[in-house]
Design a protein around this ligand. Structure first.
Ligand code: ADP
Ligand code: MG
Length: 216
């Protein structure tokens, strides 16, 4: 598990637009932090820089004491849950969850025990052999979370488009993510532009506007 620290974090796009502007923030190890602010204020850009999907223009991101800037995305001990998570329809649930571990060349027995404990945690143990097309949307979402936690990340990044489609599924997803935080101790950075949802969670809210933190 790990804390996350931003020091003078800045993102300037090639067209000169400053999307994240000198952001400083410390998130405690094991904390659940909500990033809230109007569309376009830089929330996703921050998550993408942490995940390594976007270069950092200047400033630093630390995971614990480790400077993340120069760590390859696949070597960062974090997981991302975004809308465009890729699940493979021709594979079964087990294979989809195991995928990230296979890519890491772990022994089969280690993969097996990790897939089984992640799926038991998420309540999807009984559908491991089903093909993706034979499960519900809610189950697919749990498979995506299974794939995220099976790699034992220190931090989970959740962007707001993950389960935006449906109110009930959104509640289930939030319930799962709160458990991932409280029971597995994984630090969570959760993005939402829904103020009501942000307030309902009773967690620290980082308010952003125009690429800056305005309150937290
Ligand atoms: P949020 O997730 O808070 O809605 P984003 O982080 O996606 O906002 O975007 C922040 C700002 O950066 C927006 O104004 C967006 O238009 C701008 N932006 C995003 N990607 C690029 C890009 N490749 N080039 C220029 N501007 C961009
Ligand atoms: Mg966004």
């Amino acid at each position: 598990m790990a804390s996350v620290t931003f020091e003078h974090l800045t993102k300037t796009y090639p067209n000169g637009f400053i999307s994240v502007n000198d952001v400083n923030l410390h998130i405690e190890d094991g904390e659940f932090v909500i990033f809230h602010g109007p569309s376009g204020c830089g929330k996703s850009t921050i998550l993408r820089m942490i995940g390594g999907l976007e270069d950092i223009t200047s400033g630093e991101i630390y995971l614990g004491k480790e400077l993340l800037n120069d760590v390859l995305p696949r070597d960062r001990r974090l997981a991302m849950a975004f809308q465009n998570y890729t699940l493979y329809k021709h594979m079964n649930v087990y294979e989809n969850i195991a995928l990230g571990l296979r890519l890491r060349d772990l022994p089969r027995t280690v993969i097996d025990s990790r897939v089984r404990s992640a799926s038991s945690f998420l309540g999807i143990s009984d559908i491991l052999s089903r093909k993706l097309r034979a499960i519900t949307d809610a189950e697919r979402q749990r498979v995506a979370l299974g794939r995220a936690i099976v790699c034992q990340p220190k931090v989970l990044l959740v962007d707001e488009d993950f389960a935006r489609q449906n109110e009930d599924r959104r509640k289930e997803m939030l319930h799962d993510i709160l458990r991932i935080n409280s029971e597995l101790g994984i630090t969570v950075l959760y993005v939402t532009n829904d103020l009501e949802e942000a307030l309902s969670l009773n967690k620290r809210i980082v308010y952003m506007k125009d690429g800056k933190i305005v309150d937290c």
